[in-house]
Design a protein around this ligand. Structure first.
Ligand code: AMP
Ligand code: MN
Length: 227
């Protein structure tokens, strides 16, 4: 197994571990942006309550339900519809990277409550993806609370550099960005060359983002208390 990776069975054998399950839902599409640019694939992510991008899903207690039943339950809360997930959709399990706060408050990184992140991928039809998006705003209990909105990943690159590159430079929860990148490559949704260009574009935009944020922080500071 790759470093930090576990099989589903190994993960379930871990005593005292907590488990979180998330899923990437996607489809192929013939649609074109501005009637010209092939969109090729729709991948669903969400803007979470904490301002980070991630995949739908959440904590599951395997003592109470199977991982897949728990993920299906989380999806009904976050997406507002029944979307059965089964073992065949399980792609990987791995230990969550230690968070900066937990590593500073405690020196032992593998505490008894290690979190194992399970990742699933399920391919839908384009019609089903639209149903998910509609239900997510109209019937999902978590809309406006845990989930601020569903977003589509732009899997294409525009001539001026827009598309996947700028999307990848947003902030993601946990290892959601690498889950997205690995899945796009494994499923041939992008070529390694396209992905490399998008990442290079994302990196080249970092300097400007840092400059803009510094300037904004300085402007707010110079203004003094806002109230
Ligand atoms: P949630 O209930 O969706 O916030 O997820 C439960 C836990 O999994 C939280 O500790 C999150 O930080 C973590 N988490 C959520 N999404 C991901 C992800 N895609 N990759 C890694 N960790 C995640
Ligand atoms: Mn969640």
């Amino acid at each position: 197994m790759a470093s930090g990776h576990l099989s589903r069975e190994e993960a379930l054998a871990c005593e005292g571990c907590r488990h979180a399950c998330h899923v990437m839902l996607y489809c192929d599409t013939d649609a074109r942006l501005f009637g010209r640019k092939p969109i090729k694939h729709v991948i669903l992510m969400q803007m979470r309550f904490d301002g980070l991008l991630g995949f739908p899903g959440g904590f599951v207690d395997p003592q109470e339900e199977t991982l897949e039943a728990g993920l299906t339950r989380e999806l009904s809360e976050e997406l507002g519809l029944a979307l059965p997930i089964s073992e065949e959709h399980h792609v990987e399990a791995r230990y969550a990277p230690a968070s900066p706060s937990s590593s500073s408050s405690s020196s032992s990184s593998s505490s008894s409550s290690s979190l194992i992140l399970h990742f699933y991928v399920k391919k839908l039809t384009e019609e089903q993806i639209r149903e998910v998006e509609l239900a997510a705003v109209s019937t999902a209990a978590d809309h406006g609370h845990e989930v601020l909105g569903m977003v589509r990943v732009p899997v294409y690159a525009l001539k001026a550099g827009g598309g996947l590159g700028p999307f990848l430079s947003h902030a993601f929860i946990g290892n959601a960005r690498s889950q997205l990148l690995d899945s796009m490559l494994r499923l041939n949704l992008v070529t390694p060359h396209e992905l490399h260009r998008a990442l290079a574009h994302a990196l080249s935009g970092q300097a400007r983002t840092t400059r803009d944020l510094r300037a904004a922080a300085a402007a707010v500071e110079g203004r003094g208390p806002l109230l």
